[in-house]
Ligand binder design. Structure first.
Ligand code: CP
Length: 543
């Protein structure tokens, strides 16, 4: 097995595509290319470099949603690698007796399984399993910590599909990473293979994306925002007809099926019309041919499959044409998944080593900074009603710039979450300008006479509820010290936070006992570390 210090693929868990760095992905593609050639040439010497050839090495497939390709390609990959492969019969497992995922997987880890391939409706399950199994393995003193590979979780991500999609794109781009222009077509709202593309396509230096879907199936806003930051050009079209009306089309078209099983009644009523807008028709072909001639390019179609047998978005009359890129894409699934399992098992280690990324999880972060108390020549006096405050705390600059109702609502949230109700005191909304001609900028202020200074843990909590506010500690009528709270990079460890996505493994409705946790993205936005649903810092708090 590889030296775990020098091989970052070794024992890796993959919940989302971004869990693999760009260097790691490029290394996997390079190795997959070697494997594919060796398979074609039946070069056993090279193939043996990938094989684990250890019957005590266990790969366990846990599929809680239907699958053909993912389940069977991993099973065949395991057979090629000459390891033991098991498959849990989920329909008759004790999950049906309300057993938690934690207890189910800890049981299976105890049976000496090294890699779990997991497909589930619950989003972020693999991230949670990777976390909880570390604690379990520490408690049990197991010889190794198993890896968890996401085989598709709800509407969230499908990272191993992304790996072989990108491998196929690279084959068709003659291994040139400079630029990709791809059209993403179909159900962009529910399709996890599309959501993995947001970070997946970052392996290319320049990315141009055309999104083709009616509004009801458009890319979720949170994914669009991330894409807009990373992609140099995004265009949106409501249908293939609209796309073909203009001249600049992508050479790569990635079709996806309508995920009817995830759609609500409202959308399902318009199924036929929605499907029509993203289905390739015979009358499109002459237009496509003309565009290819004008652009001097060959257009290829891809599809993660399965396709609907009655209403396929890529109809079967296209199977025997040069447009067909999806069958090779599907076959590449086996190649890339063999390589992936081999790398996780420590085979084919990179010669110079891809170093494991530093874990940031447990690093303490500063939640506040001290501010100077400016001497304006007259003492700064805060009042409670008509009387000056002699001792206590004044929280200032709450939600500065928002509307008075929003500020009042947030002040109630702060008061409740920080347990300030038990003190006397009050709150008001002030404005920056007394001059009625200038647009006022409002801010909230809470005063709590007699309250003691906050503890570091209370400050950490307050910085998560209300970043950017200032806290004034008052003694004998004077501001003794003043602090500004900083935007925390992570919000974790508070019982009052919750992810608002009902499919998230951390959502309370699943009773899995997963503490919610968020990481900061841009401005006041945070994403759930399990399902990547976006929240602003007000939405995180369950009050
Ligand atoms: N593309 C894909 O994940 O297919 P399956 O649902 O058949 O696994």
């Amino acid at each position: 097995m590889a030296d775990s210090i020098t091989n970052s693929w070794f024992q890796k868990s993959i919940s989302v595509i971004a869990d693999c760095s760009l260097e790691e992905r490029k290394y996997l593609f390079q190795q997959s290319r070697i494997l594919k050639e060796a398979m074609q040439e039946q070069n056993e010497e090279v193939l043996d470099r990938f094989r684990i050839s250890d019957p005590s090495f266990g790969i366990y497939e846990i599929f809680l949603e239907d699958s053909t390709r993912t389940r069977e390609s991993f099973r065949n990959a395991a057979k090629f690698l000459r390891v033991n492969v098991s498959d849990m019969i989920s329909g008759s497992s004790s999950l049906n007796k309300s057993e938690s995922f934690r207890d189910t997987f800890h049981t299976l880890i105890g049976y000496s399984n090294h890699i779990f391939i997991v497909r589930s409706k619950q989003e972020g399950l693999c991230r949670w399993l990777a976390k909880s199994s570390k604690v379990y393995c520490g408690r049990m003193g197991t010889a190794f910590i198993p890896s968890f590979v996401n085989g598709g979780d709800g509407e969230h991500e499908h990272p191993t599909q992304e790996l072989y999609d990108d491998f196929t794109f690279l084959e068709d781009l003659q291994w040139n990473y400079d630029k990709i222009h791809v059209a993403l077509i179909g159900d962009l709202l529910h399709n996890r293979t599309i959501h993995s593309k947001i970070n997946g396509l970052q392996i290319f230096n320049e990315v141009e994306v055309d999104l083709i879907a009616p509004g009801e199936m458009g890319l979720p806003r949170s994914y669009y925002q991330i894409m807009a930051e990373k992609v140099c050009n995004i265009r949106i079209f409501a249908s293939l007809d609209e796309y073909l009306e203009q001249k600049h089309v992508a050479p790569m078209w990635y079709f996806t099926r309508l995920q009817l099983e995830r759609m609500d009644e409202m959308i399902l009523r318009r199924e036929g019309e929605l499907r029509y807008s993203v289905t390739l028709r015979p009358d499109h072909l002459p237009v496509l041919q003309k565009l290819q001639d004008e652009q001097n390019c060959k257009i290829k179609f891809y599809h993660p499959m399965p396709r609907h047998k009655q209403f396929p978005v890529i109809p079967t009359f296209l199977d025997n044409t040069p447009y067909n890129g999806w069958e090779r894409q599907s076959a590449n699934g086996l190649i890339v998944r063999i390589t992936l399992l081999a790398l996780i098992a420590g085979r084919c280690p990179p010669p110079v080593g891809l170093l494991p990324r530093e874990e940031t999880e447990s690093k303490p972060v500063k939640s506040y900074e001290e501010l100077p108390i400016l001497d304006s020549g007259r003492p700064k006096v805060y009042s409670e009603g008509l009387r000056p405050i002699r001792n206590g705390i004044v929280i200032d600059h709450i939600l500065r710039g928002s509307s008075p109702p929003e500020i009042r609502c947030h002040m109630r949230r702060i008061t409740e979450l920080m347990g300030l109700d038990r003190y006397r005191g009050g709150q008001w909304v002030g404005s920056s300008h007394k001059d009625s001609h200038i647009k006022a900028i409002y801010k909230g202020l809470i005063f709590v006479p007699e309250a003691k200074p906050f503890s570091p843990e209370q400050l950490r909590k307050l910085s998560a509820i209300a970043p950017h506010i200032t806290i004034n500690y008052i003694q004998d009528g004077q501001v003794q010290s003043k602090y500004r709270l900083l935007q925390p990079p992570r919000i974790y460890g508070f019982s009052e936070t919750r992810c608002r996505n009902r499919n998230c493994i951390s959502h309370e409705s699943h009773h899995e006992g997963v503490d919610s946790e968020f990481s900061h993205t841009v401005e006041d936005n945070f994403i759930c570390i399990y399902c990547h649903t976006g929240h602003n810092f007000q939405e995180i708090w369950n009050v």
